[in-house]
Design a protein around this ligand. Structure first.
Ligand code: HEM
Ligand SMILES: [Cu+2]
Length: 525
């Protein structure tokens, strides 16, 4: 492998500076940084809403907010976290790392890349502005089921428009990633030599291209039902509200895999580095990812077991859902086997990666429980579902993102972060994520419904524990910001390879990675 990067090359290029550098950015590293900063910002906006929710649920009865506002908070929290925090964070990591990992000088379509990013602040500005319009923000859940969602006040068209914008941004970003990976790999990098993060993002990009237009269609039909006299989802006009749920979840289930496949990729980079062993079962990891992606399109109705479905349908969706546990099990097995008898060290990225493997698996098991159709009749729309998806999304997706940030931060900034504080951040997060979400399983099994501001007194104790966990978890994330901030400002100089066991093209360029890399493509042997 050769490196074709001159650090001094940077200065006499037409790299714009000041605000122009960011507004007109076409460089994948600048755009990656903007995505990451945006995601972190919305993580805190969405997080603040979660704190409102947990404050209200601290005790039975209504204390802080009225039920209408409570529903706005749950809905906006989910929309912000899914479309504003987790997805843009993954896209930011892809922007930064995919070109570096495949030995490309930039993304294939840099100007479109600029649009993909800048659409997002507009979309979320619009969505947040609905907190101040008559009728308040959307309050029908992130699933936007009719007929309830059609009772949204003035926020309704803003909701639809911002969902359209988020979708456009995602589709453009996905096209960019596919084209970059397919066309711009360094000579010698065959498909089955690509790092797993690149593989999982390639597959995720296809999921995005297939799934996002379905969401766009669904919400457009809502829009015409509301304003143009159609009756897609209105039984009175010959439509069917259940049809919305089918279309929504045909998008929605792949969407949850859009939020986990890149996480699989990140931990598949990190575990081999800190176990100082190559990833066990590389090929099977690729095939497992592809199988999960395929299966994610044929299980949507497991979100709708309780709506009244023919028995054959229920059985099909139950078995198809449980099938996903097989490739998921292959992945968990391979991560464990990579660690088996490795020379492990436990720097912060590795801690988050191991936390991911354990806690994501709990989410997988509760998913299996939900996938058992007759059992789901008991759990559906209870806090058990809330516990399930928070285990896959917080110690799953979010921990993987944090692992990736700690892993690549020295490459981005040229400085090592504060390892002591990083470890403290991990342990606080790992402990309090469980204090927050584990009791919610029991609340759900005992029958506490989701999306309600008040509850029976029998649920009081576990709710209080959950709220305390949430407050400490939330506060711990301020530490994350401080660690990143001080790492950007300075610190011990990072070497080119950064981590002793790290392998791949991104570790052959200087730290910080210069503005332009790989102007001459490196050769992969
Ligand atoms: C073995 C893997 C999994 C299985 C078998 C599974 C199964 C299920 C089932 C059956 C439900 C519906 C429960 C109900 O509404 O009664 C559900 C909900 C959910 N799952 Fe999973 N799941 C798995 C993995 C994941 C992953 C990887 C994610 C995201 C990263 C995820 C995110 C969600 C979300 C967000 C919901 C709630 C959606 C909503 O109603 O708002 N799941 N899961
Ligand atoms: Cu699903």
């Amino acid at each position: 492998m050769s490196t074709a990067t001159d650090a001094h090359h940077d200065e006499h290029h037409d790299a714009p500076s000041g605000w122009r550098r960011w507004v007109f950015a076409t460089n994948h590293k600048d755009i990656g940084t903007m995505y990451l900063v945006f995601a972190l910002t919305l993580f805190f906006v969405g997080g603040a809403m979660a704190m409102v929710i947990r404050a209200e649920l601290f005790q039975p009865g209504l204390q802080f907010v009225d039920p209408g506002f409570f529903n706005q908070m749950t809905t906006m929290h989910a929309l912000m976290m899914i479309f504003g925090a987790v997805m843009p964070a993954f896209v930011g990591l892809a922007n930064w790392m995919v070109p570096l990992m495949v030995g490309a000088p930039d993304m294939a379509l840099p100007r479109m890349n600029n649009w993909s990013f800048w659409i997002l602040p507009v979309a979320f500005g619009l969505l947040l502005s609905t907190l101040f319009v008559s009728g308040g923000a959307p309050a029908a859940g992130w699933t936007m089921y009719p007929p309830l969602v059609l009772q949204t006040g003035d926020a309704f068209p803003f909701l639809i428009f911002s969902v359209h914008l988020m979708g456009m941004s995602s589709i453009m970003g996905a096209i960019n990633i596919v084209v970059t990976i397919m066309n711009m790999r360094a000579p010698g990098m065959g498909l089955l030599k690509m790092p797993l993060f690149v593989w999982t993002w390639l597959i995720t990009a296809y999921l995005l291209i297939l799934a996002m237009p379905v969401l766009a269609g669904a919400v457009t039909m809502l829009l015409t039902d509301e304003y143009f006299g159609t009756s897609f989802f209105n039984a009175g006009g010959g439509g069917d509200p259940l049809m919305f749920q089918h279309v929504f979840w045909f998008f929605g289930h792949p969407e949850v895999y859009i939020m986990i496949l890149p996480a699989f990729g990140i931990v598949s980079q990190i575990i081999p580095t800190f176990a100082r062993k190559p990833l066990f079962g590389y090929d099977s990891m690729v095939y497992a990812t592809a199988s999960i992606a395929f299966l994610s399109f044929i299980v949507w109705a497991h979100h709708m077991f309780t709506v009244g479905m023919p028995l054959a349908g229920q059985l099909f969706f139950m078995f198809a859902t449980m099938l996903i546990a097989v490739p998921t099990g292959v992945k968990v097995f391979n991560w464990m086997t990579t660690m088996w008898r490795g020379s492990m060290t436990f720097e912060t990225p590795m801690l988050f990666a191991i936390g991911f493997v354990f806690l994501f698996t709990i989410g997988g098991f509760s998913g299996l429980m939900l996938g058992i159709t007759p059992a789901d009749f008991q759990y559906h729309d209870t806090y058990f579902v809330v516990a399930h998806f928070h285990y896959v999304l917080v110690p799953g997706a979010v921990f993987a993102i944090m692992a990736g940030v700690y892993y690549w931060l020295p490459k981005w900034t040229g400085h090592m972060y504060n390892e002591k504080l990083g470890k403290l951040h991990f342990w606080l997060s790992a402990i309090f994520v469980n204090v927050t979400f584990f009791p919610q399983h029991f609340l759900g099994l005992a029958g506490m419904p989701r999306r309600i501001p008040d509850y029976a007194t029998q649920f009081a104790d576990f709710n209080m524990v959950s709220s305390i966990g949430a407050f400490v978890f939330g506060a711990s994330q301020l530490l994350f910001v401080y660690i990143i901030w001080s790492c950007v400002r300075g610190g011990e100089k990072a070497s080119q390879q950064v981590w002793e066991g790290a392998e791949g093209l991104e570790w052959t360029v200087p730290s910080p990675a210069p503005h332009h890399t790989f102007e001459v493509a490196p050769e992969v042997k």
